[in-house]
Every structure is written in C-alpha cells, then in structure tokens.
Design a protein around this ligand. Structure first.
Ligand code: NAD
Ligand code: GLY
Length: 370
C-alpha cells in the first residue's frame, strides 16, 4: 500500500493507493463506520462494475451498507440531485459524526462532498475515486460543487474528505476516452512545475493509457503527492499556488463552452487542448521557447489527446471564444488571470493579459489549422 498524506492540520487525511485496495475496504473504511454502517453513493455505471466488490469487502468486516445509485453524467451535479440526495441521507438518519462514501468519478465526488458539507452543517465523507481524473485530481483537495445554469461549479464549498482510497484496478473498466481525459491532468503536474515528471510522462504516458499497472500506479502516486503538496500550502486558493492547477482550464473552458459542455469534448480533452494553447500563446509573446510548446503538443497528440482548436473540433472565432472566457468566475476588473509558461515546468499566473490579444492569437490558430 502506498500512502500519501495531505497535511492540513486538524483537517489532514491520508490517501491510500494499491491495486485491489477495494477488496480491503472493510478494514480500511472501518474507522469511518461510526454506527456500524456506511452509506455509499455511486452512479449507475460504477454500481454495475465496482459496487458489488466494495459492498462485499465492507459487509465482510461486519459493517452494514446502504446504497444510493444516481444517474451518471455531469447533469447529476445539479440542485435537483443534491436535494434528492440530502433528503435520502436524512432519511437514512446520517448523523454529523458519520461518513458518507463517494464511489465514482469527479461527478459523484463533487456532489457527495458538497452534500456532506451542508448535511447537518457538515458531516464527513470518504472518497473512493474510480476515474483517472478523480484518482489524480478531483478526489483530493476538498473542492466540492454542483453546476448552475450560469456556469459549472459555481455553487459549492471547500470540504475536505477524511480519507481517500484509490484502487487503480477500477480503471480497467473505464472507457479509453475517459482514461485519456484523466491523463491530461497527469501531464498537467509535469507542465506546472516538474519538467522531470513531464519527461517521465513522455516515456510512460502511452503505456499508462494502454493499461499497464506499474506506470499507472506511479502516475497516480506522483500526481496525488503533487496535489497534496499544493493543497497543503494553499488550501483555499488564496495565493497563486493552487491556481497553477488550473493550467489549460481558461482556454479549455472556452472550448468546452463552444462544444456545449457535451460528449463532443470531455473536460480533460479540453484541458489538454487548453494546455497546448497556453504554451503556444506563451511562445508567441516571447515567454516560452517555441520548442517547449511544440514538445507539449507532440506529447498530447502522441497519447491521442487534442492539442489545438481543430483537434478539439472547435471552429469558433477568437472573439467568440474570448466571449466564453469572459464569463469565468475568476474574472476581476475586466481581466482574467491566465496560466502562462516560461517553459515546461515553469508556469505562473499572469494577470495582465489583454483579452483582445488572446482573441487575435486564437484567430491565428484557427487560420493556421484551416
Ligand atoms: P464522471 O464522474 O462523469 O465519470 C466519467 C464517466 O465514467 C461517467 O459516465 C461514469 O459513470 C463513468 N465511470 C466512472 N468510473 C468508472 C469505471 N471505473 N468504469 C467505468 N465507468 C466509470 O467524470 P470525471 O471525469 O471523473 O469527473 C468530472 C467532474 O469532475 C467534473 O464535474 C469536474 O468539474 C469535476 N472536477 C472536480 C475537481 C475538484 O477538484 N473537485 C477537479 C477536476 C474536475
Ligand atoms: N482541480 C483544481 C483544484 O483542485 O484546485
């Protein structure tokens, strides 16, 4: 078992990672079954593949389970699902000292975390993430949220889990496209501040996506350790440190908005294209060596991820895409902080970027791809 700690004083928690860890969940989750039972929340896809294993392990330790199965997909991060879930958790008699188990991807983790943050003014929760994105990013750090018609993740809270249990073998059933989307967040940790890890990704990314166990577990370990370090230093994103985790997200958000936040472009795919764009924009304004930007694009393409507007299926104009960015919740005083790079592993927050210049860059990108 590999253990990584998130050091947050009284809100500290461990992350355990091991192939087959779900089969040991009875022992590992026992400390969180305060009244001899655990309520598990999952979605229909995950329930089909992994709920029986988890329930068998928990029940084998003499702990009772109650299960809530929700529809899969981003639409589940809604007021309606939150209301239904909190009503049912109350009906189950969940008390403040108890823990709810979130078994699933980022959608289930974000919804259950938010429900736990408000149930009886805050109960505990445990993350058992089953997508690569959730295992390397969303299950760690305590950002929880639902979506609003005004935008994604606009209603939420910081609420840290008490424990994260990662079993990489759950990824064996994850569709290849979802695995690739999660991999974008793995490569992100290299691009942010760790060139050596990006070089590791170049050597091992394709093997990981092909399902090889050793690179998969190493990528998860390295990613959660990087995220734990950043979250411990800047839990609530009050300095620019945690904001570095948003590399590629501002460009990516515009691409997601243009494709209707739909299956046409998954979040991680948009982040991949957004990271390539952030590096090319950085090169265009003389911040970053052109070879570094080209290296980022080459690696993303090599693992089957989009690395620009055309590859992401986006043909909107620069003005239209910047229009989407202007709705970002980080917009302040008419400016948007951009994650730019002085090279691979050398990203920083730039608050002086002119949106008109970004629009011109995106028009150049569009013209060069036609
Ligand atoms: P998801 O939870 O929708 O899962 C993707 C799909 O895979 C779903 O259809 C799901 O049912 C299915 N699935 C999950 N595990 C599976 C498995 N092991 N086998 C087969 N199918 C499986 O999506 P996601 O990519 O995990 O998460 C995206 C969400 O995460 C977004 O809402 C995003 O806003 C959020 N997010 C949150 C944070 C954070 O810090 N809280 C960070 C990044 C993203
Ligand atoms: N995924 C960005 C963050 O957790 O801050």
């Amino acid at each position: 078992m590999i253990r990584v700690d998130v050091a947050l004083g009284a809100r500290s928690y461990p992350i355990d990672i091991a192939d087959g860890a779900i089969d040991r969940a009875g022992t590992l989750l026992a400390p969180f079954a305060k009244r001899g039972r655990l309520v598990i929340v999952t979605d229909q896809n995950v329930a089909q593949y992994h709920l029986p294993r988890l329930e068998k392990a928990i029940c084998g330790a003499g702990i009772a389970t109650q299960v809530e199965v929700l529809p899969p997909g981003e639409g589940t991060k809604s007021w309606a699902q939150l209301a239904g879930l909190t009503d049912r958790l109350l009906a189950h008699g969940v008390e403040r000292g108890e823990h709810v188990v979130a078994l699933g991807g980022g959608v289930i983790g974000d919804l259950v975390g938010f429900a736990a943050s408000i149930l009886k003014r805050g109960c505990g929760f445990v993350q058992v993430p089953t997508t690569l994105l959730a295992q390397v990013d969303s299950s760690v750090g305590g950002k929880t949220a639902i979506n609003s018609p005004a935008g994604k993740n606009l209603i939420g809270a910081f609420h840290q889990p008490s424990y994260v249990l990662i079993d990489p073998t759950t990824l064996d059933t994850l569709p290849r496209r979802e695995l690739g989307a999660g991999y974008a967040e793995v490569a992100k940790y290299g691009l942010i501040d760790d060139e050596r890890f990006f070089a590791w990704c170049e050597a091992n990314g394709a093997k990981l996506i092909a399902g090889e166990a050793a690179p998969r577990i190493e990528a998860i370990r390295h990613s959660v350790a990087a995220k734990a370090r950043i979250v411990a230093a800047d839990e609530r994103e009050t300095t620019d440190l945690r904001a570095l985790l948003n590399l590629g997200h501002t460009f990516g958000h515009a691409l997601e908005a243009d494709t209707g936040f739909s299956d046409r472009l998954l979040h991680g795919e948009a982040v991949a294209a957004g990271m390539a764009l952030a590096f090319r924009y950085s090169a265009r304004i003389g911040l970053c060596p052109a070879e570094d930007a080209a290296r980022v694009s080459r690696h993303l393409a090599a693992v089957g991820l989009p690395n620009g507007l055309a590859a992401a299926g986006v043909s909107a104009s620069g003005a239209e895409l910047v229009g989407h960015m202007a709705h970002d919740k980080k917009m302040a005083g008419g400016r948007l902080p951009f994650l730019l790079a002085r090279g691979i592993g050398k990203t920083f927050v730039d608050k002086q970027v002119e949106l008109a210049d970004v629009a011109a860059f995106l028009d150049e990108e569009r013209a060069s791809a036609l």
